[in-house]
Design a protein around this ligand. Structure first.
Ligand code: AMP
Length: 144
């Protein structure tokens, strides 16, 4: 259980309901993927479950399974789109672990040797860059 109750007005719940914009790359019945607006590396993408749940312990197993399967699919596209040598998947549970948005999500971070990660949730990228990066991921997903 997380320390606080699930807030249905958290930023990702608003994105799911279409009340907040996002640079979307993938959507299905159970999951949604979009660019992180404060990327730690170019191509930093998030996958969220559509079901409410602050973290992995609060979410039903079926929703968690859908989220990790979408993460695998989108991570392959991100790897291709950003010509990455590796891909890091991160998922934080609780503020003590660094979680800042309390709706289950996986981080997809394309990695290349010698390129360090930026700070977590620190610096906003510009909209033009995020849209260009989202287009690259969408194109890679379309290519299979
Ligand atoms: P975490 O700290 O694991 O909860 O990660 C939350 C992530 O959401 C951070 O990397 C933030 O940069 C990112 N973020 C916050 N608000 C938004 C938003 N409106 N759209 C996309 N990403 C966001």
């Amino acid at each position: 259980m997380s320390a606080q109750p699930y807030d249905p007005d958290n930023i990702f719940a608003k994105i799911i309901r279409g009340e907040m914009p996002a640079f979307k790359v993938y959507e299905d019945e159970h999951t949604l993927a979009f660019m992180d607006i404060m990327p730690q590396v170019p191509g930093h993408t998030l996958v969220i479950a559509k079901a409410p749940g602050a973290d992995m312990f609060e979410l039903a197993d079926e929703a968690l399974q859908a989220a990790i399967v979408t993460t695998k699919k989108v991570a392959a596209a991100v790897k291709q789109a950003f010509d990455a040598q590796g891909v890091m998947i991160a998922q934080l549970n609780g503020s003590a672990a660094g979680q800042t948005v309390f709706h289950l999500h996986f981080h997809i971070l394309p990695r290349n040797a010698g390129i360090e990660l930026g700070f977590h949730a620190r610096e906003m990228a510009d909209a033009e860059t995020l849209e260009a990066h989202a287009a690259r991921v969408r194109a890679a997903l379309a290519n299979g």
